[in-house]
Design a protein around this ligand. Structure first.
Ligand code: SAM
Length: 295
């Protein structure tokens, strides 16, 4: 008997009924229901037979199944235990898939990579949108063993992640992602390709993590400056940094640091490039260290 096509809304509906599963919006359970997009995700993941893949949010195993044909091993993480019997059944012929019924944010990635006797992994996932930011933070924190991440995110988030630092669309998350990775916009994805249809469109992105971040200042200080600047993004940098509790330094020190970094204090923080944020953070780091405001 041919395998049921997991991208078919009729098949999805039927399987969910059979296993008596009501999808949860809170878990971002919008399953992929389009064969072309499925193919495109796998193509853009750029997998080879040697690759170990960690999939975030396996759902019914639609993407997992496809990935298993392309890579050496797939570790598919899914938080919802109700989906486990369905996943086990749908992936019964995929001997190179390990299912992990856990919150991705709690998975010990280093242990998981070690258990696969791998030195690096590729991440693929049609992400649960409510936790996109914590997932990205986690990927960045573990970037030393993540070769790349090919992930579907909300279109609006994708636009922020690829915005040019210094442009109006940029925000703290832009700087955060681009400080550690080359972020590539791969394809626009309509909300019509999911079951059930979410309210918003999506986009597929690839993050290629850099060996070294794009800043030299101590990480905590760099992001303290970035967050302070964007928290009060309509104010001048001088005011934003002095008024934000995040910066925690008096205005004369901020002014001195901006002059040293050769940044006009009247500029808005949102107009700064990563290099300019770095210069400000470098100039402030001596004062932070001297005052131990921070450590
Ligand atoms: N990969 C499937 C697909 O493409 O059809 C499902 C994608 S769906 C957008 C997101 C999946 O992530 C859901 O199955 C959901 O249960 C799961 N999920 C939500 N939060 C999670 C978490 N914290 N850890 C792991 N999986 C999670």
């Amino acid at each position: 008997m041919p395998e049921p096509k997991l991208t078919s809304p009729t098949v999805i509906r039927h399987l969910l009924g059979q296993y008596q599963i009501h999808l949860k919006k809170s878990l971002g359970q919008n399953f992929l229901a389009d064969e072309n997009i499925l193919e495109l995700i796998v193509t853009h993941a750029q997998l080879s037979r040697d690759d170990i893949v960690i999939e975030i949010g396996a759902g019914m195993g639609t993407l997992t199944h496809k990935l298993s044909n392309e890579a050496k091993h797939i570790v598919a993480v899914e938080i919802d235990s109700r989906l486990m019997p369905l996943l086990t059944e749908n992936l019964r012929h995929c001997s190179n898939v390990t299912l992990v019924n856990q919150d991705f944010l709690d998975v010990n990635l280093a242990d998981l990579v070690r258990a696969q006797r791998a030195t690096s992994v590729k991440i693929v996932g049609n992400l649960p949108y409510k936790i996109t930011s914590p997932i990205l933070e986690r990927l960045i924190a573990h970037r030393s063993f993540i070769e790349s991440a090919c992930v579907m995110v909300q279109r609006e988030v994708a636009d922020k992640l690829i915005a040019e630092p210094g442009n109006r669309e940029a925000s703290a998350v832009t700087i955060f992602a681009q400080a550690y990775a080359n972020v590539e916009f791969l394809i626009k994805v309509s909300h019509h390709v999911f079951f059930p249809k979410p309210e918003v469109d999506s986009a597929l992105l690839r993050l290629n993590f850099l060996k070294e971040p794009r800043f030299r200042a101590p990480e905590e200080i760099f992001f303290r400056v970035v967050r302070a600047a964007f928290n009060l993004r309509r104010k001048t940098l001088k005011k934003a940094l002095a008024q934000s509790p995040l910066s925690g330094l008096p205005s004369e020190i901020i002014l001195k640091a901006l002059v040293e970094a050769q940044i006009d204090p009247e500029r808005r923080g949102e107009t700064l490039s990563i290099d300019e944020f770095d210069r400000v953070a470098m100039a402030l780091s001596k004062d932070y260290l001297a005052r131990s405001v921070f450590f």
